[in-house]
Ligand binder design. Sequence first.
Ligand code: 1GP
Length: 244
Amino acid sequence: MKVKEYLKNKLLQGAVHITLIDPSRQVPETAARLAETAQEVGSDLIFVGGSTRVTQHVLMDTVDAVKQRSTIPVLFFPTGTESLSLNLDAFLFLSLLNSRNSHFISGTHSRIALVLKRLNVETIPVGYILIEPGMKMGEIGEADLVARDDFWRAIGYALTAEFMGMEYVYLDVGNGAAQPVPAGMIRAVKREISVPLIVGGGIRTAIDARRVRQAGADMVVTGTIIENAGYRERLRSILSALKE
Ligand code: 1GP
């Protein structure tokens, strides 16, 4: 089944959870184990990426290992890396709308678009918006970060994504942020858009996950929690908060 179709079906059943695996943080075998656990506790999708430091070799090996141990779709999350992996189920065609550098809005994309077409890789068009503090992703992506209380600007970018034909809007405070996207901002954006809303960054507990979901997130991304001890239980409680 195509990933878009899979996601559409999942969204009809409720919230979707995505596990982000950064290939630079562990060896491929460990990444595969994390993916297996994520699937066991109910995660619906894996993103691999989110790092600049990863080599082509490590990226490909990680994706291969992850795909051997899990059956949920694996998508490439191409944040600021020069490495590229095509041995997965779909490519997140992510445009960082609030970047000051056109490279991250459409530049890199234009260099790989024909390759993706020729190889028949499924692309998922996402309007990506970085909110303060933005973390490493904000720095690398040269983002003109949306302030945490600037709901109007967040709405403006989200609607821009939708009017440009992007099929998902993704609000992210960045990998490892201390707090998630403010609930009020999620609510304000969700009220205005009609495409699914992805929210990520800073979600560590079931309370965070429930708050983000209740504010209107259709899809919730967590990364950092799987890098710490006790991740299985944490992930399990986040999943039950999301799917309740
Ligand atoms: C992906 O930035 C997130 O959207 C992941 O963030 O590592 O803070 O969960 P965390």
